[in-house]
Design a protein. Structure first.
Length: 305
């Protein structure tokens, strides 16, 4: 009987880590049926059961636990060796997958895409916008983008952009008819446009001034998921909308929207690019990290890790 090859062990480790055939198959680029057959054949070659399968879950047998404990360091070393060899190429190549929340995609990543791909024509870039919290390793991503308070401690984090801030805006017609709020709690008497995230959460609006933090849940005249819908509704006079300042800067400058409560909307640190700590990151990711550093230096923003 043929001996197992490296792909068999990689497939086993992927299922063991995720506890889910579908996620592991996506990570390995296989059909679920193909992955299942590969693991059955691995068990037959070794003459021992590695996984306990039910309709709802996948668990390791004792033999599976022993194999995984010895495999993971070996697979990590193999991956590091491959990355190091690939890193010797003068031209970075391959696929780079990044998961990021929509505001970071629109306001921070989007301006970088064309210059980065122009500098690295052999890289295939995929950016997935997702407002939920994603395990980038299980999701098959090379890196993710999040704000500082949501970063895992075991990740390498690189600042992506300058400070950002929220803005509370409404159309000039709405402000003229219904008045301008002086304090955040004044918004409780106004019609508001709120956002629901893909997780189903609808976050309170947070304000801060002179060390005082105010959280409110204003009445929602409209609940929107799409940015374009919320922006159009605000411009059409439906009510006050809380969003990233970068989304409405041009509309405010053109007079289509009015910004209020600016003294209650202090700046906060921009998003971070984060990725698993590895001795040799994949060449495409290493190229993007280097590009981000140069991009920020050109923008005149100091990079602090």
């Amino acid at each position: 009987m043929n001996e197992p090859d490296l792909r068999d062990f990689q497939a086993f480790a992927a299922v063991a880590r995720s506890g889910n055939f579908r996620r592991a198959a996506r990570e390995q680029g296989l059909a679920v049926s193909s992955l299942s057959q590969r693991l059955k054949e691995l068990e037959q070659r070794l003459g021992v059961r590695l996984l306990n399968r039910t309709t709802r879950s996948v668990g390791l047998t004792q033999a599976g636990e022993v194999l995984l404990a010895r495999l993971e360091p070996a697979l990590a070393e193999i991956a590091a060796a491959i990355d190091q060899v690939r890193g010797l190429q003068q031209v970075a190549a391959g696929r780079l997958r990044i998961n990021a929340p929509p505001p970071a995609v629109d306001l921070v990543l989007a301006p970088m895409v064309a210059p980065f791909l122009s500098a690295h024509p052999r890289i295939e870039l995929e950016i997935v916008a997702d407002s939920g919290f994603v395990d980038i390793v299980q999701g098959g991503f090379d890196a993710g983008v999040r704000y500082g308070e949501h970063l895992a401690q075991d990740m390498i984090a690189v600042p992506l952009g300058e400070a950002q801030r929220y803005a509370i805006v409404a159309s000039p017609q709405y402000v003229a008819q219904h008045g301008r709020p002086i304090h955040p709690r004044d918004l409780l008497r106004h019609a508001c446009i709120r956002t629901r995230f893909s997780s189903g959460a609808m976050l309170d609006w947070e304000f801060e001034k002179d060390g005082q933090v105010v959280m409110i849940a204003p009445p929602a005249r409209l609940i929107a998921v799409q940015l374009g819908l919320a922006l159009r509704a605000a411009c059409d006079g439906l009510g006050y909308w809380a969003t990233f300042e970068g989304h409405v800067r041009e509309d405010v400058a053109a007079g289509r929207l009015v910004s209020v409560l600016e003294d209650w909307c202090p700046p906060f640190p921009g998003p971070y690019l984060y990725y698993p700590s590895r001795r040799h990151p994949p060449p495409a990711l290493a190229a993007f990290v280097a590009f981000v550093g140069e991009w920020r230096r050109r923008a005149g923003t100091a990079v602090t890790l």
